[in-house]
Design a protein around this ligand. Structure first.
Ligand SMILES: CC(C)(COP(=O)(O)O)[C@@H](O)C(=O)NCCC(=O)NCCSC(=O)CCC(=O)O
Ligand code: A3P
Ligand code: MG
Length: 363
């Protein structure tokens, strides 16, 4: 979300964070970004009646220099739908943001073709003006309907003569739950994170009082501070992304960066857990400790164990890309490798020079 008056050097935007229910089976009470599991309705070919034609409904082609992550590369003939994952996951993200936070990211329809979609979504996105929306009680009824039946989202878009603004979402990252962190029944998530910059005041976000118990807008550094002071709990992927967003204090710069690199795609990251004697680390691709042949299914070596201390595992390491947890909220990212896919590294700390020594003052 949007520019707001700030002191020099402060963030001019905030991120929408949702607190999960304490009853959630996965990450209870954690703060996350809006989102959830894709539904068959997100892949429905009926969406093609609302979206412009072309291979990716006007999203542009991802450049082919690096391989596409499996989540996006997969074809899903069993769904009998020509809708690619790139389109369906965006529809899912927009539907979930409406269900969980009541934020409806749509454009007035119809969007004639790819050129119209691109033209309408070059700058930060805008939501529909209030006069284009039904009364709030009616919208609340639609929200309940969509929560119960995800296919109702298409009906809502038809009813409003609108199109989900899939073009406002920029592909940002892809996280696969580590095997050692699977939830009940072995549940893991292959999660696509999209970034959407809104060029307007933060819209009203309201929790659904079910899956989500609170909504808040925070700057990336506020989110990190709230985590470090133990006021909120967040999982490593979100922590990593907050620290990456800390590179950008300006919404305009963030939007430009995300837009310029979005069609590079992104790499799927599955952190590999390493349990040390005094803490644990999530080793990420590119780190010298990242296994050459990681165990994606947990049948061989779901996590690495060592008697060494964290400090010993850091000393002398030349290629670092790891999230180090020394105790509950003492979590730090160490990275000194070049990011792929024209991405950016999180703002980090240099442990050798002591706490916060190399840390940007924003944190
Ligand atoms: C929050 C989501 C898992 C979706 O859940 P939903 O109920 O809405 O379907 C997902 O949106 C998300 O944020 N995924 C991020 C990737 C992921 O799997 N994160 C969990 C890592 S778990 C972990 O590392 C535990 C923390 C620790 O002990 O270190
Ligand atoms: N009132 C509530 N309290 C806790 N969790 C809820 C809830 N209503 C829905 N959920 C959970 O939210 C998840 C749906 O999230 P999403 O649609 O974002 O993927 C489901 O989790 P499970 O998939 O573990 O059942 C569902 O059970
Ligand atoms: Mg969810």
């Amino acid at each position: 979300s949007p520019p707001r008056p700030t002191a020099a050097g402060a963030f001019d935007y905030e991120l929408l964070l949702l607190r999960r229910s304490p009853r959630s089976a996965f990450l209870p009470s954690a703060h996350v970004f809006p989102g959830g599991v894709a539904d068959a309705a997100d892949f429905s070919s009926d969406w093609l009646q609302l979206l412009p034609g072309g291979p990716r409904c006007g999203l542009g082609s991802v450049r082919g220099e690096c391989p596409r992550a499996p989540l996006f590369a997969a074809e899903r003939p069993e769904l009998g739908s020509p809708l690619p994952g790139d389109v369906a996951f965006r529809l899912c993200a927009i539907r979930e943001a409406f269900e969980e936070a009541g934020v409806l990211l749509v454009l007035p329809g119809p969007v004639a073709d790819a050129a119209a979609a691109t033209a309408a979504t070059t700058g930060p996105a805008r939501l529909l003006p209030a006069e284009r929306l039904p009364p709030s009680s009616e919208l609340a009824e639609w929200r309940l309907r969509v929560q119960r039946q995800p296919g109702s989202f298409l009906q809502l878009c038809r009813h409003l003569s609108c199109v989900p603004n899939i073009w406002a979402l920029r592909e940002w990252s892809n996280w696969l739950t580590p095997v050692g962190r699977a939830g009940r029944g072995g549940r893991r998530y292959d999660t696509a994170f999209y970034l959407c910059c809104l060029g307007q005041a933060p819209p009203v976000a309201s929790h659904d009082d079910g899956e989500v118990t609170a909504c808040q807008w925070s700057t990336p550094s506020e989110a990190v501070e709230l985590f470090k002071s133990q006021d909120i709990s967040i999982a490593p992927p979100q922590f990593y992304e907050f620290c990456r967003l800390c590179n950008f204090t300006s919404l305009h710069d963030l939007h430009r960066f995300a837009s310029e690199r979005a069609l590079e795609g992104c790499e799927r990251w599955m952190p590999v857990l390493m349990i040390a004697s005094d803490g644990h680390m999530q080793i990420l691709p590119g780190d010298e400790l990242y296994p050459e042949d990681p165990d994606f299914t947990g049948e061989r070596k779901p996590m690495l164990m060592t008697d060494k201390k964290i400090e010993d595992l850091m000393k002398g390491a030349s290629r670092l890309h790891r999230i180090v947890t020394q105790d509950h909220n003492n979590v730090n990212i160490y990275v000194n490798i070049q990011p792929k896919y024209k991405h950016i590294n999180p703002i980090t700390m240099d442990f050798k020079r002591g706490k916060n020594a190399d840390c940007n003052s924003k944190l």
